[in-house]
Design a protein around this ligand. Structure first.
Ligand code: HEM
Length: 118
């Protein structure tokens, strides 16, 4: 399940950058790409929820991990919205970087799946 989770967010990141460049180029297919990206957001959440379901109890760090993951998705949407409106996306990018590093660190630190920092 951790493999499915990692696969979904890696693909989502690729789709995010493709979608972003299509949006910047004002491509007519940008909307469709964004819908596929949003489908991947749901898959990230579903695989994350399945990982949570494997646990008998819910330690606080897992709640922080899930919140960080949702924050990553929220920040990606903020970047996309700012680019669409032609506004500065700097704050959204900073949030995306912080949330991503937090989700990555906690995901790898927590005991399911791979644990390089253990
Ligand atoms: C784009 C957003 C996300 C990123 C970059 C991310 C990243 C990661 C990474 C790197 C792992 C470690 C996998 C492993 O050790 O094999 C992980 C595990 C996990 N993720 Fe996410 N995740 C994201 C979103 C979410 C969401 C939205 C949820 C909850 C709904 C979630 C819940 C979990 C859980 C429960 C684990 C297992 C932790 C453990 O190893 O014990 N993640 N995630």
């Amino acid at each position: 399940m951790t493999h499915a989770h990692i696969t979904t967010w890696v693909i989502a990141f690729i789709l995010f950058f493709v979608s972003l460049s299509m949006q910047k180029a004002r491509s007519p297919k940008a909307k469709m790409m964004q819908m596929i990206l949003r489908l991947f957001y749901l898959l990230i959440i579903a695989t994350g929820a399945m990982l949570l379901h494997m646990l008998a109890t819910l330690p606080p760090l897992y709640i922080v991990k899930a919140a960080a993951g949702l924050w990553v998705i929220g920040a990606m949407e903020m970047v996309m919205a700012s680019v669409k409106k032609g506004k500065s996306a700097r704050i959204a990018w900073v949030q995306l970087a912080i949330a991503f590093l937090l989700a990555l660190y906690l995901g790898l630190k927590l005991p399911l799946g791979f644990h390089p920092f253990a």
